[in-house]
Write a protein that binds this ligand. Structure first.
Ligand code: 5GP
Ligand code: ZN
Length: 114
């Protein structure tokens, strides 16, 4: 998608601190980290929100979680624990409309989230 910042990161047009990539997903450090380790896992395919995912896209969600699992090990946060979050639309706190999984760790997480 033209004007999508995460599509531009996926294509390499905008630089990012990439921590993982394969044919389907790419993961990079969040510009404004909310935890000592905060990465975003995105599909290479442009899908605006979780609501826009079609049944045939669900395999991509599995790949996003698979990548998150591998990155958690890479980041050294797997055993202590971490949080994965997908914000959807305005009330969910989504600000970039290319679906993404937040992987946060390196500190205690609180519940309920804000
Ligand atoms: P959302 O609020 O949509 O769930 O999360 C969007 C995230 O993308 C935010 O945590 C924000 O800091 C991050 N972000 C926005 N623009 C950029 C960017 O250009 N590069 C990187 N690495 N992260 C970004
Ligand atoms: Zn996009």
């Amino acid at each position: 998608m033209q004007d999508c910042i995460f599509c531009k990161i996926a294509s390499g047009d905008i630089p990012a601190d990439t921590v993982f990539e394969d044919d389907h997903v790419i993961a990079f450090r969040d510009l404004n980290p909310q935890a000592p380790s905060h990465t975003l896992v995105i599909p290479r395919k442009h899908i605006a929100t979780l609501n826009d995912m079609q049944p045939e896209d669900e395999v991509i969600l599995g790949r996003m979680y698979g990548a998150a699992r591998a990155i958690a090990v890479q980041e050294g946060i797997a055993d202590a624990g971490y949080r994965t979050v997908v914000n959807c639309n305005e009330a969910g706190g989504q600000s970039v409309f290319h679906v993404h999984l937040h992987l946060l760790g390196g500190r205690m997480m609180h519940w309920p989230p804000g």
